[in-house]
Design a protein around this ligand. Structure first.
Ligand SMILES: C[S@@+](CC[C@H](N)C(=O)[O-])C[C@H]1O[C@@H](n2cnc3c(N)ncnc32)[C@H](O)[C@@H]1O
Length: 206
């Protein structure tokens, strides 16, 4: 917690700059970005002012909205919209289309039906040619990419057997079932990655 009662996650402060660098490389078109599972709101407050070509809409389950709003007020960025409630399994998704969707550290928290709902929702709201960037720890072909990710996975599953580090192949299969094709896997600090999928462009467009 910040002295002014904004919620604070140390990890979000540590990973925000490397994530921003990747988003600045892949999210270059002007348009609207939907953030799913914005958490404390630190990423939105840091990134929106540094990506002024985007209108940034942070969302999370309702209990997180006051904290995200506190960070938004502090950032005072004209392109950072007021947060909106979005439980990916329970709520109506905001009206798209969105050029981009960004989500960090959500798919190991969501149970698998929630992950399915996330990809179905992303595919519904993304405009053609739009991109979805997902940050977090991921396994590859059934293997954890680091001991730290294996122990993180074990601790998640001990807390709740429905949570856990997801395998890239499972996410790619889910994405493909919704018409999203993977464009990139970007290695990030501390054994995390950003996975990027693209919604097929309209025939005839770039
Ligand atoms: C580990 S936190 C990550 C927060 C932030 N993105 C970050 O990286 O610091 C996981 C987030 O997923 C959100 N979440 C959990 N279940 C959700 C659901 N069904 N729909 C939308 N968000 C959900 C939580 O409220 C929480 O903010």
């Amino acid at each position: 917690m910040q002295p002014d009662h904004r919620p604070y996650a140390p990890a979000a402060e540590q990973n925000r700059e490397p994530i921003l660098q990747v988003l600045q490389q892949w999210f270059t078109d002007p348009g609207t970005l939907l953030e799913v599972g914005a958490g404390t709101g630190q990423h939105a407050a840091f990134m929106a002012p540094r990506m002024p070509h985007l209108q940034w809409l942070p969302t999370d389950v309702a209990e997180h909205l006051p904290g995200i709003e506190a960070w938004r007020r502090e950032a005072a960025a004209p392109n950072l919209r007021p947060p909106r409630a979005l439980d990916v399994q329970a709520d109506a998704w905001p009206e798209g289309p969105f050029r981009y969707v960004y989500s960090a550290n959500t798919v190991h928290i969501l149970h698998w039906p929630g992950v399915e709902a996330l990809f179905a929702g992303v595919a519904r709201v993304l405009e053609s040619g739009g991109r979805f960037a997902l940050y977090g720890p991921f396994a590859h072909d059934g293997q954890h990419t680091a001991d730290s990710n294996a122990s993180f996975d074990r601790s998640l599953r001990q807390q709740d057997p429905g949570m856990g580090v997801r395998d890239r192949a499972d996410l790619d299969a889910l994405a493909a079932a919704h018409g999203l094709s993977r464009e990139a896997v970007v290695d990030m600090p501390v054994n995390n990655q950003i996975l990027i999928w693209r919604c097929a462009p309209d025939p005839g467009s770039v």
